[in-house]
Design a protein around this ligand. Sequence first.
Ligand code: ADE
Length: 246
Amino acid sequence: MQVHIVTIFPEMFPAPLGAGIVGRAQEAGLAAVHVHDLRGFTHDRRRTTDGSPFGGGPGMVMRPEPLFEAVESLKLPEGAPIVALTPQGAPFRQADAERLAAEEVVTLLCGRYEGVDERVMAELATERLSIGDYVLSGGELAAMVVVDAILRLLPGALGHAPHGEAIADDSFTSGLLQYPQYTRPAEYRGMSVPDVLLSGDHAAVERWRRNEALRRTLERRPELLAQATLSDEDRKELRKLGWRDA
Ligand code: ADE
């Protein structure tokens, strides 16, 4: 997979994308991340990427020409997604990470200043994504979040086999929050690990984990339950916990 990132701050990217699973995925050749300096696509001596807004108002707006020219220089295959990171975008969800991870080339455009010329948003970007309901000072951190979420899904990116299992247990993949995890020691400062996890009874462990995922989701993110795939047994368990399904 090829990922292109267009930004006026290319220096922000190497550390976050060089470590851990995302760094390993690149070293293993599963993905290549190319960071492009938007200023390389300006034509004036001062390498201007912004202008004041038509109609007046505070702040500066990113000009369209460098962004269009940067994307054109990438010679993207027909239909490849061009994602603008913006607080005005659709919420970025695990399903978007899964969808983008299936692409061969993904391009991310990082906005800065008070906004980006709407012709870029409407005509150059094929979609707009937001990583949450808060305003960052630019799309760079959001692009890193999106790249991280995508690259860890590439087959082989998670060091341990089989790939599908770790992914399937992730929060959100199943539509539920992940169950609680424990490791050694079995007792720490008077806090012990649930007995069932030490029992060696795999079916009982699976049942406990499923029920804990349901409980946690009901307590913390009840709105997720409307979209989750639930068995009759799940529904029964949820009702025991006080859930009133729609
Ligand atoms: N740029 C600024 N804030 C953002 C956000 N919340 N998501 C994506 N891009 C952004």
